[in-house]
Design a protein. Structure first.
Length: 219
């Protein structure tokens, strides 16, 4: 049974939602507590009492959004035995999170303030992307133990997999060059990334002299 929030908790959530709209639309530098109050009502004193400053409000916004969105993704307990199914399921849910308007806004805000607030950037990375890589590494280690795959460094392989999963599509969305993916596009991207990761890219390496005109090549 879900516990009912206290009035103070409800107020905190409302302030963070209003702050998210302001920070993500205007950017940290241009955003103000007054702009947050215009959306939610109340007083500066109430916000400062609860968060301390504009910077602390921003940090709470990033941290709580990251934890709220990535937490359920990684709290699945035992993974399914089939490696491909486990990775595909993770991939779809991961893409839905990182390509959502909310998380794209969080990412943009963190990047814009990373040099000024390096501890915030580190916290965001630990709370979200790095936890995702650790979760995938756990899946790969289990599959390795079952003899399904061979990985020397599960964490490194997991990071490479997430890199494939995000691809340039994520950068296009973050830069505003395209809209977030539709559900069927996310499914396709997830399946393609898993297939590429598990199958690898089989390139025939030519050793010795290979003729460009179609001459004999080493077998």
């Amino acid at each position: 049974m879900k516990m009912k929030r206290s009035p103070q908790e409800e107020r905190r959530v409302a302030i963070l939602d209003a702050a998210a709209a302001v920070f993500f639309e205007q950017g940290y530098a241009a955003a103000s507590i007054d702009a947050v109050i215009e959306r939610i009502g109340g007083s500066k004193r109430n916000i400062y009492t609860m968060f301390g400053s504009k910077e602390r409000l921003f940090i709470a916004l990033v941290s709580e959004n990251s934890d709220k969105m990535f937490g359920p993704l990684l709290a699945e307990g035992a993974v399914r035995k089939d490696l491909k199914d486990a990775l595909t399921d993770f991939s779809g849910r991961f893409l839905n999170i990182i390509m959502s308007r909310r998380m794209v806004g969080v990412y943009r805000a963190v990047v814009s303030e990373a040099s000024r607030l390096p501890e915030l950037a580190a916290s965001f990375y630990r709370t979200g992307p790095d936890r995702g890589a650790e979760w995938v590494a756990g899946i790969l280690k289990e599959a390795h133990a079952r003899g399904e795959i061979h990985v020397d460094d599960a964490k490194s392989a997991a990071q490479q997999f997430i890199g494939i999963l995000r691809g340039n599509l994520y950068m296009e969305i973050v830069l505003g060059l395209r809209k977030p993916l539709e559900p069927h596009e996310i499914d396709h991207a997830a399946i393609s990334a898993v297939d590429l990761f598990l199958n690898g890219v089989n390139a025939r390496v030519c050793s010795g002299s290979c003729k460009l005109n179609g001459g004999d090549r080493p077998a």
